[in-house]
Design a protein around this ligand. Structure first.
Ligand code: ACO
Length: 385
């Protein structure tokens, strides 16, 4: 408590309810995630990403006519402004990390947004451009980093299929598209996570949706939020064979390191998205790919859970979404540098929906701080310091 104002203080805003939302509910005790009314298990492996975006934006599943129009609208916005491609070329020449390039290029999407529209139309145009273009930015940048020319989006393909197509230049098989889409749907929104909160704070000042998403990308970049799947897979590779799992993980825990892919601020039981993605990964690896790695990852998970219970008793640290994200995206042929940008390409659906919701509320987010610094300091002239 802050003695002076008697306003509750919660470090990290833990337990603080910062908004009402109809977009998603995370029940950390029960291990449940509801996305706009649907349990994640019901939605993620059935819906197309376009349906999930539509659901988040308009609070209902589209009928086939509305879905066709929405798909076309999104597909028509996938092409990047030339200046954004030029920026990405410059970033690739400097080997800029993928999330930094994504943040920079996302800000430049404002180039294509007209200032003449009403505020609501402008927000809608920005949200469409953001959702449509984030995969294009990521894929184009990855190809440029690899010394290849970007592949132009194919407006005939769905959102997820087109992303894989722009990465590889080849039309993906149905299994891969389904696996990617299940992942993108499962992580499209997740309560008041740090990046979503950042986006809501930014639009609450009546700033624009592009600014909000740029801020959200900055928040997502950190390893305690969206930056964990790369490192989670690194640990599996470092372990290399099941027999070494216990020794390597004990060494890490003994050094006080956190095991990436485990633990969650909200979930005190298993993250339900981990289950959805575990099933999707199982199907993907059964259809082909590195089965040895898949089996090793399962062993690493089992050992990690046992050791976390031993080293952090009572904390109930469980597998989080990042662990299976890493496995799934690796199975799709995506390199670790693309894991967090791909997460962003999914979460942008939630960020934009939260922006709309916050705009409807039109209430500035402005908490307080508890001052713990010194008082009564007196000015000392420069020559006397
Ligand atoms: N490995 C080892 N120890 C851990 C881990 C972990 N993965 N997670 C938490 N702990 C420890 C903490 O160090 C703390 O120990 P202490 O009490 O001895 O100091 C204790 O468990 C309790 O921590 P919590 O309060 O439960 O964790 P917090 O809410 O602060 O952090 C977080 C949650 C940041 C996700 C943490 O679990 C972590 O760093 N995990 C690894 C990174 C990761 O996987 N991030 C992705 C999260 S999912 C997502 O953002 C989509």
């Amino acid at each position: 408590m802050n003695d002076e104002s008697e306003i509750a203080f919660a470090s990290g805003l833990e337990g603080v309810v910062a908004a009402e939302t109809r977009l998603s509910e995370v029940d950390g005790e029960a291990g449940e995630l509801i996305i706009a009314g649907f349990p994640v298990e019901e939605l993620a492996s059935r819906a197309s990403l376009e349906e999930v975006i539509y659901l988040l934006w308009y609070d209902a599943l589209p009928d086939s006519e509305r879905l066709a129009v929405f798909r076309e609208e999104l597909a028509g916005r996938r092409v990047l402004p030339r200046a954004v491609l030029d920026l990405l070329r410059a970033a690739a020449a400097g080997r800029m990390p993928t999330m930094d390039a994504l943040r920079m290029a996302t800000g430049a999407l404002s180039l294509d947004i007209s200032d003449d529209e009403s505020a609501a139309d402008r927000s809608h145009a920005e949200a469409l451009a953001l959702v449509a273009c984030l995969p294009t930015i990521v894929a184009a940048y990855w190809r440029l980093l690899g010394g290849e020319e970007p592949v132009a989006p194919d407006s005939e393909l769905g959102h997820a299929a087109n992303y894989l197509y722009m990465l590889t230049g080849e039309e993906p098989d149905a299994w891969s598209v389904r696996a990617l889409e299940t992942y993108l749907n499962a992580v499209a929104d997740h309560g008041m996570n740090a990046s979503t909160f950042a986006a809501r704070v930014i639009v609450s000042t009546r700033s624009d949706v592009v600014s909000a998403v740029v801020g959200a990308i900055g928040a997502l970049k950190g390893p305690l939020h969206g930056g964990a799947p790369g490192p989670a897979l690194d640990v599996v590779f470092e372990i290399g064979e099941a027999g070494r799992a216990e020794r390597v993980l004990r060494e890490k825990l003994g050094r006080g390191e956190r095991l990436m892919g485990f633990g969650h601020r909200i979930y005190r039981v298993r993250d339900p998205r981990a289950d959805v993605l575990a099933s999707a990964a199982e199907r993907l690896y059964a259809a082909g790919g590195d089965g040895k790695l898949y089996r090793l990852a399962l062993e690493v998970e089992k050992t990690a859970l046992r050791l976390l219970a031993e080293y952090k008793p009572g904390r109930n640290l469980q597998t989080n979404v990042e662990f299976y994200t890493a496995l799934l995206l690796h199975g799709l042929g995506l390199p670790p540098q693309l894991f967090t940008p791909t997460f962003a390409a999914a979460r942008v659906a939630g960020w934009t929906a939260h922006c709309f919701e916050q705009q409807g509320l039109d209430r500035l987010v402005r908490p307080q701080s508890a001052y713990v610094g010194p008082r009564d300091r007196r000015w000392v002239p420069l020559e006397e310091r």
